[in-house]
Design a protein around this ligand. Structure first.
Ligand code: PPS
Length: 510
């Protein structure tokens, strides 16, 4: 029976036979917004004419103003399977991370992008009902939301962070002044600027609901486009307008009015100790004035496990935040040792695991190089690609351990910055801590130890691609701790790590 969209009807076989591709998360977020019509007037991924016009003039080829390039890149080998001259053979099915189809792309242009990728442009059409994930009932399209909004002004707030009393006071003021209904848009495509998981952010926002004027709360993706905060802010304004917002409370300096919507820059508020009200900074004498906590101060409270003060944060919000970010001594943690073969990583990792077992810390998982390569990474060798896969696997498993509140201790060589960065990112997305320990014992010392005889073999040319000899080790620039084990006893090296973890709150001081 096929499916149709104005002027685009295709038999089922076309979809069945079409290649399938899973875009990267930010592209999926763009796709969702295209499909929900939050990106009106865009109906698909942009082609080269629009991209060139956009770069030159800030407008699409037809003159429409539009802030950011909304593009889709696919591997060249995949693009080559499409035949744009044939409407039946140019369809690309776009799938989510689990591989379930979300949309069909009617590819009308393929243009060169990077070395191994091509840009594909064309209209997109939703496949399936488009609702998935936690809080799916809150993921509503602009049309659905507009239908339920009352007539009159709509005050929009983009809540990419939990709402504390100062923000709630700003919102209440603006809503009162404008006599507006409140629409809160919560971005849920990736962890917010505070590193809170999307579901946790939604729970925090919902926990503040009884402190807000009558409101509608919607969850939606709001992707970041490479290195362009101002344009992203403009895009957020467009999306808010599509949802029916008439007045948007600015969350950053770079938000500009446009697209029929006014951006309000809220006044800076402070807590007035005399009567417990939040009011304009200038209306409070300095000795009675308390400024809102900074992001760093809030994080500090959570890290230590002290309750956020009630003058600043409604208790229900404080509770949700504390659940989402337990104190460091209870939070999942990845301790990631990196260094040359023979640098002392394994010894330190084992020593650390033993010490933590003894003190009865959270559950410990030791992801030792040899064991990993026997099980999790069985079959991988030492090519750059295999090493990268190895480190990403270790990083992924470690992050899952951290997600569930355990301590993962890893000790691969992990010679590449990118793979280590990926491991750090996995941990962050899982809400776990990440401590990179660079075991910086110099090559000469590692080679002198040469317990496995590998360096001697490498020098003799018997093995190729030995890290430090004829394969690179990229020294970390982001290590939390650097330890050279030359001349250190086993105990001293482990103590250094324990001391770091202790003084940074990662261990129970008991
Ligand atoms: S990597 O690069 O992080 O994937 O390496 P890793 O999984 O930690 O494995 C390192 C251990 O494998 C042995 N080995 C080699 N190391 C480096 N280069 C080459 N070519 C190589 N071939 C085998 C070596 O014994 C490493 O063990 P450690 O414990 O680090 O000494």
């Amino acid at each position: 029976n096929g499916w149709a969209v104005e002027g685009w009807a295709l038999p089922d076989e076309v979809l069945r036979d079409a290649p399938t591709y899973t875009p990267k998360p930010s592209e999926i977020a763009d796709l969702e917004l295209l499909l929900s019509e939050a990106y009106t007037p865009l109906t698909g991924f942009l082609g080269s004419a629009d991209l060139i016009a956009l770069r030159r003039t800030g407008r699409l080829a037809d003159g429409t103003t539009w802030p950011v390039p909304v593009t889709l890149e696919v591997p060249r080998t995949l693009a080559e399977q499409l035949d744009i001259a044939n409407p039946l053979r140019r369809v690309l099915v776009l799938a989510d991370l689990e591989g379930a189809p979300i949309a069909a792309l009617d590819t009308t242009e393929i243009y060169p992008a990077r070395k191994t990728t091509a840009g594909v442009a064309g209209r997109v059409r939703r496949l399936g009902d488009g609702r998935h994930g936690a809080f799916r009932r809150m993921r509503r399209t602009p049309a659905e939301v507009r239908e339920t909004l009352p007539a009159g002004r709509i005050l929009g707030v983009i809540a990419d962070r939990p709402l504390h009393r100062p923000q709630l006071a700003q919102i209440a003021r603006a809503a009162r002044t404008l006599a507006a209904h409140l629409l809160v848009l919560v971005p849920v495509d990736s962890p917010g600027p505070d590193g809170l998981a999307p579901e946790a952010l939604v729970r925090c926002v919902l926990a503040a609901r009884d402190r807000m004027p009558s409101s509608t709360i919607v969850a939606l993706p709001l992707p970041h486009h490479e290195g362009d905060d101002i344009r992203d802010a403009m895009l957020r304004t467009r999306v808010a307008a599509a949802y029916g917002v008439t007045h948007l409370l600015a969350s950053s300096e770079s938000m500009l009015s446009g697209g029929g919507l006014r951006v309000l820059v809220p006044r800076e508020l402070a807590y007035d100790g005399r009567d417990g009200q939040w009011r304009s900074l200038d209306d409070i004498p300095p000795k009675h004035r308390r400024l809102p906590l900074t992001t760093g101060e809030i994080e500090d409270h959570l890290d230590r496990g002290t309750i956020l003060p009630e003058w600043h944060t409604p208790p229900a919000v404080a509770r949700e935040l504390a659940r989402a970010r337990p104190p460091r001594r209870q939070r999942g943690l990845v301790v990631f040792f990196t260094g040359l073969s023979g640098s002392g990583k394994s010894t330190m990792a084992t020593g650390l695991a033993d010490a933590l077992q003894e003190s009865g810390e959270r559950t410990i998982t030791l992801l030792d190089g040899d064991i990993v390569r026997r099980h999790l990474s069985a079959g991988l060798g030492f090519s750059a690609e295999d090493r990268d896969t190895n480190i990403r696997r270790i990083g992924w498993v470690a992050a899952e351990v951290g997600r569930h509140g355990g301590v993962a201790i890893c000790c691969p060589i992990a010679p590449y910055r990118d793979s280590r960065a990926a491991a750090r990112e996995f941990a962050r997305n899982a809400g776990a801590g990440f401590v990179l320990v660079h075991v910086s014992t110099p090559l000469a010392e590692c080679e002198r130890r040469d317990r496995k005889g590998l360096y001697a073999k490498a020098r003799a040319g018997l093995i190729k691609g030995m890290t430090g000899i004829d394969d690179p080790y990229e020294v970390p620039l982001d290590a939390e701790l650097t330890i050279d084990t030359t001349g250190l006893s086993h105990g001293e090296a482990v103590t250094t790590v324990l001391r770091y973890l202790g003084s940074n709150g990662w261990l129970d001081p008991r």
